[in-house]
Design a protein around this ligand. Sequence first.
Ligand code: PLP
Length: 387
Amino acid sequence: MKDISTRLVNAGKAEALQIINTINPPLHRASTVIFDSYSDMLKANKGEFEGIEYGTCGLSAQKAFEVAMLELEGAHGCRAFQSGIAAIAMVLMAYTKQGDHILICDNVYGPTRRFCDVFLAKYGVETEYLPSDAGVGIAGYIRENTKLLFMESPGSNTFEIQDISAITAECRAKGVVSVIDNTWATPLYFNPFKHGVDVSIQSCTKYITGHSDILLGTVSTNEQSWAAFKKCCGLFEVYAAQEDCYQGLRGLRTLKVRLKAHEESALAVAKWLEKHDMVESVIHPALESHPQHELWKKYYNGSSGLFAFTLKEEYENIDHSPFVDNLALFGLGYSWGGYKSLITGGKFRRTNPFGYEGKTIFRLNIGLEDVEDLKADLAQGLERLKV
Ligand SMILES: *Cc1c(COP(=O)(O)O)cnc(C)c1O
């Protein structure tokens, strides 16, 4: 019998390593991973080991989640990150260097823009913004040193669509890496790789995990763009928390049914708002009133639960607090894709081809509550703006 100190260090190891055939992946906790042999370690020393050599390589739940996302999107490689914005930042760093020029659609997620304007600018990468409804016209923006083009379609505040195939064809011809933030549609309602996109980003914080309690992001790429991305990830030794990847994987199991429910309820609320006497416009790409509805139909198999609306002129420049503060079912908070309905509001400060510049945009995340209850809540809230 060994000394108590040695026993404390080794007790229970053999049992812990037994594989139990659960449906869901095990959760490992590790920095160190034990090699089977010295020859494996020598390979790892030279960067030639194929397996998992350290915690930052991604443990079982992360690997399982990455493979699931990769298969869903039909990608070549996938990597999970601790948030959507971390995933975006890694993409922007992986494909750029000092002296490069990049093109970003003007409707992108705010922090994406900040990363370009503050961080990339510091390292000598120049960012130029494209109209949010960009299409074939992008040819005129591509320069000798243009390396990357970043789309977000539909944009997550004013829902402009980009003509994705037209853009990726142009990018391909000029050797520009094309990237899309596909969070709104999820891989179920839009497949970036079928339309020539090189790199697809998903904030899994939204629909994939679906419960407003996890921050998680993924980057998937085609074969051609994978090596450069993988190399950059390796330098940063990024990874995603095991528990969060586990939740990401679990979220995928129910994604289709949840998304369908969000879609149907959001469309019902949007159509009701379109008829409301105080509403000027409902901004939802699946509505015929959306100026790019035909383009949306060309690319998307469905719509999710996030859309926006504006109020008529007489309700524009007033205090909207009586409306927003009195909603009982809509939480006033950022993010979306979860089971609870949420609202955000504020004046839109980007350029917009459809006249929303300077307009107050109320954005709704339609959750899984009853549609009639949601309508009634909005109705009583809006009524409070009438004096
Ligand atoms: C929320 C969001 C992100 C960032 O995701 P986080 O996981 O919250 O960092 C990126 N893109 C879009 C379109 C988003 O809505």
